[in-house]
Design a binder for this molecule. Structure first.
Ligand code: NAD
Ligand code: IPM
Ligand code: MN
Length: 349
């Protein structure tokens, strides 16, 4: 029987709460199958930093690399916590993992589940995937500040876009579009960000030659936010840079019924490094400990993880269990654990 080595990073805030439910579902769906998940838990995040001063040590990183995949809850403390002023958990932990493990595809599907109303009056069929570049753009940390704290301060963040980095994610997006409805939308801001914009635009045009059956569209990011609300069914695959993708996918989560439903995968397509699956949302300090966190995004991330590992049948079963649970959700709010239990119960053999 197959053994999958899974690194589990529960993290901070609601992270451990939703990961517990995701693990419950993973255990349920694999209980009768011949694949065994061997889990290693990593204590990482703001909590670990406050205890030990460590963010992500070289040993942590090497140990994580020994795994086949990673399941992450969320990391990050309460915004503005003075004790975390110099910690920078997001850069030093989350982004470091994405960069070191070469997660150049940040895959963020958005689907209006059957029976899910969402905030839009007439949303139509929403089923698209944002392919967010994961290792470049304004996230690289190529910036600095001079005359800091003075009236003459100049603070820069440089967006790095390489031909290599843009091409590989654009290729992935076209291949994904081929397997879906064959519509691809590049989202950028080519009217203002003329250098990076031209590289993205040209790359899409060049890769499109090899995919004549994929219909290619372009939107400026500001206009894209309009259509995500007024006509989200126009989208199939959206390919975009790291920062635009971050912003669009919180909006996409909101229009498809809430950020508590939005799952994601940080994919290293070549498989040299483990891919990492996590909800789109953060550690939600405002609701941590209240039982209000929706674990569905974390559970959906387990479905993406299973699919990535080639465990299609298990992935489909988890997705179906989520769909069934959502279609039967009543008006009465349920706790994190109640939702996890209900979805896991649908998977018991
Ligand atoms: P957030 O996503 O944590 O929360 C935004 C809002 O959405 C909050 O009102 C929260 O209660 C709600 N929410 C989030 N997840 C929910 C769920 N599962 N069920 C119900 N409601 C949910 O974003 P934020 O407040 O901007 O960030 C909080 C912390 O998380 C920060 O430290 C931030 O840097 C970090 N963060 C981490 C990740 C990650 O680990 N991948 C992602 C985003 C933010
Ligand atoms: C996300 C988060 C992260 C990002 C932050 C916490 C670094 O918002 O996963 O969407 O911007 O990518
Ligand atoms: Mn985000």
């Amino acid at each position: 029987s197959r053994v999958v080595k899974l690194a589990v990073i529960p993290g901070d805030g609601i992270g451990p709460e939703v990961v517990a439910e995701a693990e419950k579902v993973l255990d349920a769906v694999t209980s009768a199958s011949d694949v065994a998940f061997e889990k290693t838990r990593f204590s990482l995040g703001a909590g670990r930093f406050l205890e030990t001063g460590d963010t992500l040590t070289d040993d942590d990183l090497e140990a994580i690399k020994e795994h086949d995949a990673i399941l992450l809850g969320a990391v990050g403390g309460v915004p503005g916590d003075p004790r975390l002023k110099d910690a920078n958990i997001e850069r030093g932990l989350l982004l470091k993992l994405r960069f070191e493990l070469d997660h150049y595809v940040n895959l963020r599907p958005s689907k209006l589940y059957p029976g899910q109303l969402g905030p839009l009056a007439d949303p139509g069929d929403i089923d698209f995937v944002v392919v967010r570049e994961g290792t470049e753009g304004p996230y690289v940390g190529n910036g600095g500040s001079i005359r800091k704290g003075t009236p003459h301060e100049v603070a820069n963040e440089t967006s790095v876009n390489t031909a290599y980095g843009v091409e590989r994610v654009v290729r992935y997006a076209f291949e994904l579009a081929e397997r879906r409805s064959k519509r691809l939308t590049l989202v950028h801001k080519t009217n203002v960000l003329v250098n990076a914009g031209a590289l993205w635009q040209r790359t899409v045009q060049e890769v499109a030659i090899g995919h004549p059956d994929v219909a290619v569209d372009y939107l400026h990011v500001d206009a894209a936010t309009i259509f995500l609300v007024t006509n989200p069914s126009r989208f199939d695959v959206i390919v975009t840079d790291n920062l635009f993708g971050d912003i669009l996918t919180d909006l996409a989560g909101a229009v498809t019924g809430g950020i508590g439903l939005a799952a994601s995968g940080n994919i290293n397509p070549g498989g040299a490094f483990p891919s990492m699956f996590e909800p789109v949302h953060g550690s939600a300090p405002d609701i941590a400990g209240t039982g209000k966190a929706d674990p569905t995004a974390a559970i959906g991330s387990v479905a993406l993880l299973l699919d990535h590992l080639g465990l299609r049948e298990e992935a489909d079963r988890v997705t179906r269990a989520i769909e069934e649970d959502i279609s039967e959700r009543g008006a009465e709010p349920r706790t994190t654990i109640e939702i996890g239990d209900a979805i896991a119960a649908r998977l018991q053999a």
